[in-house]
Design a protein. Structure first.
Length: 478
C-alpha cells in the first residue's frame, strides 16, 4: 500500500468523540461510565491505526471494521474491566503447579476465609482478657499439637512455629536472626536456585549472613563442615535439593551426623525443606522426601518450609523448631515486615485443623496424591464416552503424574491419561483452543497428542472438560 493511499485511509478514522456518539457506544456510558468507554474507544482506534500502518486494513476492510465499532468497544470494555486472575482447569497432572497457583484450598479453608474477610475478627484481640493479643496464636496452637511431641529426638524440648509470607521470607528471617554478621556453613551441592531465578546465596546475602561454602558440588562430608567452623560461625545450614538430584559419584553428610556436630560445637542446625510435608509421603508411594516431622525427630533446631506445597494450604513461609530460637525470630523487626494477613491465617488454620482431625481428603493436594490409577482411569473412560464424535480420537493410556512445586523431583504417581487427536487441528492448536475457553483448560502436549490427566481435575469439572472438547470439535467441523 502506497503512503498516499494509507494517508487517505487514516483520514477516515473517526475521533474519540465521534465514536462516543455511535449508537450502542453511547448506551455503554450508562453501564460503564464515560471515562471507561472513552479509554476503550481510544484502544480500539489505536488498534485500527496499527493495522492500517501494518498494511492489514485497506479501504474496504476499514469500512467493515467501522461498521462494527460498537461491538469492538463493548468487547474491549469487557476485557478491560474483567478479572485478569481467573480460575483454570489444571489437566497437566502436576499437583503443585507453581504457574497455576500451587495447592488449591479445601472447602473449609475457603469458607473460613469468607467468614473472616466479610466482617471483623479477633485477629489480634484476646477475647478472654479483653486486651490486644497476637495474631499467630490461631495457628501456633495447632502446630504445637501436630509437632510438639516430635521435639528433638523425643525429648521434652518445646517446638514452636511462626508464619511469614513465603519460604524465602522464612529463610531470610531465620538467617538474619541467627547469623547476621556471622558465617553460615552450607554445602556447595546445596546452593540451589528456585523458580524465578531466586538463589539461596542471594537470600543469604540479604539476610546479612556470610556464606561459607564447603565440600564440592557432588561430595560434601561431615568433616568439611567441622573444619570450616570458626569463632565466627553462627549456623550450620542444610538446603533441600527441591528441584533437582545429584546422582553418581556423590556423598552427603547425613542429618544425624550434622545434628551430632551441631551439638558438639554448640551451633544451631537449620534445614530449609522447601516443600515441607506434614504427612508420610511413603503412604502414597513416594520415598526419599524428608518431612517436617522427620527433621524435628532427628534433632534439627530450625526447619523452614512452604504452606502452599506439600502441606496443601495457602502461600506462607513456616518456621518450626526450638522455642527459644523461634522467640528470637518473633522479636526481630523483620517478622512484622514479613507477617501474613488474616486471610492467610484463616486458610492455614482450617488446613491444620484437617490434619488434627486426620481428615486428609479435606485437603485437595493430599486427596489428589491419594487417588489410585484405577479411579482416575474410570473417570477417564466415563469422560471419553461423552465425547464420541467422528473428528475426535481419544485413547486411554498409562502415564505419570508428578508432585511439582520442587517436591520429590524424581518421584511420580502412576495415572491414566486421555490422549487426544483432533481431525484438522494440530496438538498445539488444540491445546490453544482449550486455553481459549471461558474456563481455560491447561493440558500437556507430547508426541503430537494432547494429554489430559484427571488426577488434577476436580471431579465436578469433568463435565466442563467434555463440553469444551465437544465445543471445539463442533467449531472445527463448521
Amino acid at each position: 500500500m502506497k503512503r498516499a493511499e494509507r494517508s487517505e485511509i487514516f483520514r477516515k478514522l473517526p475521533s474519540v468523540d465521534d465514536v462516543m456518539r455511535v449508537p450502542g457506544v453511547a448506551e455503554s456510558v450508562e453501564n460503564y461510565g464515560h471515562d471507561s468507554v472513552a479509554d476503550a474507544a481510544r484502544t480500539v482506534l489505536a488498534r485500527l491505526r496499527q493495522e492500517i500502518t501494518s498494511g492489514l486494513l485497506d479501504d474496504e476492510a476499514l469500512e467493515l471494521a467501522l461498521s462494527g465499532l460498537a461491538d469492538a468497544v463493548e468487547s474491549q470494555l469487557r476485557q478491560a474491566l474483567s478479572y485478569s486472575l481467573r480460575p483454570v482447569i489444571n489437566a497437566t497432572g502436576v499437583i503443585l503447579h507453581t504457574n497455576l497457583g500451587r495447592a488449591p484450598l479445601g472447602e473449609a479453608a475457603i469458607e473460613h476465609i469468607r467468614e473472616t474477610a466479610a466482617t471483623y475478627s479477633n485477629l489480634e484481640f484476646d477475647l478472654a482478657a479483653g486486651v490486644r493479643g497476637k495474631r499467630d496464636v490461631h495457628v501456633e496452637r495447632l502446630f504445637r499439637r501436630l509437632l510438639a511431641e516430635e521435639a528433638k529426638g523425643g525429648s521434652q524440648a518445646r517446638v514452636s512455629t511462626i508464619t511469614v509470607n513465603n519460604n524465602a521470607a522464612a529463610v531470610l528471617l531465620a538467617l538474619n536472626t541467627l547469623a547476621d554478621g556471622g558465617e553460615v556453613i552450607v554445602s556447595r551441592g546445596e546452593l540451589v536456585e528456585i523458580g524465578g531465578s531466586f538463589r539461596i546465596p542471594d537470600v543469604m546475602a540479604k539476610s546479612g549472613a556470610i556464606l561459607r561454602e564447603v565440600g564440592t558440588t557432588n561430595r560434601t562430608r561431615t568433616s568439611d563442615y567441622e573444619q570450616a567452623i570458626t569463632e565466627r560461625t553462627r549456623l550450620l545450614l542444610r538446603v533441600h535439593r527441591s528441584n533437582f538430584e545429584i546422582t553418581g559419584f556423590t556423598e552427603q553428610a547425613s542429618t544425624g551426623e550434622l545434628v551430632a556436630l551441631a551439638r558438639k560445637r554448640g551451633i544451631p542446625l537449620m534445614e530449609d525443606l522447601g516443600s515441607g510435608a506434614l504427612f508420610d509421603l511413603r503412604s502414597v508411594g513416594i520415598g526419599g522426601e524428608t518431612g517436617v516431622l522427620d527433621s524435628l525427630r532427628s534433632g534439627v533446631d530450625i526447619v523452614t518450609y512452604s504452606g502452599d506445597k506439600l502441606l496443601g494450604g495457602p502461600q506462607a513461609g513456616l518456621i518450626s523448631g526450638d522455642s527459644a530460637l523461634i522467640a528470637r525470630m518473633r522479636s526481630n523487626s523483620l517478622f512484622r515486615a514479613l507477617r501474613v494477613d488474616k486471610l492467610i491465617y484463616a486458610a492455614l488454620e482450617a488446613t491444620l485443623l484437617a490434619y488434627v482431625r486426620h481428615d486428609h481428603d479435606a485437603i485437595p493436594t493430599l486427596r489428589m496424591m491419594r487417588l489410585s490409577k484405577e479411579a482416575i482411569g474410570d473417570r477417564a473412560e466415563a469422560l471419553a464416552t461423552q465425547v464420541k464424535v467422528p473428528q475426535v480420537k481419544i485413547e486411554i493410556v498409562d502415564g505419570e503424574s508428578i508432585l511439582g512445586g520442587g517436591a520429590a523431583p524424581s518421584s511420580v504417581l502412576p495415572t491414566r491419561l486421555l490422549a487426544l487427536t483432533f481431525e484438522g487441528l494440530s496438538a498445539d492448536e488444540l491445546a490453544e483452543c482449550l486455553r481459549a475457553g471461558e474456563l481455560p483448560i491447561i493440558a500437556r502436549v507430547d508426541e503430537g497428542r494432547v494429554l489430559l490427566d484427571l488426577r488434577t481435575v476436580f471431579p465436578e469439572q469433568d463435565a466442563a472438560v467434555a463440553a469444551a472438547l465437544l465445543r471445539i470439535a463442533a467449531g472445527n467441523a463448521a
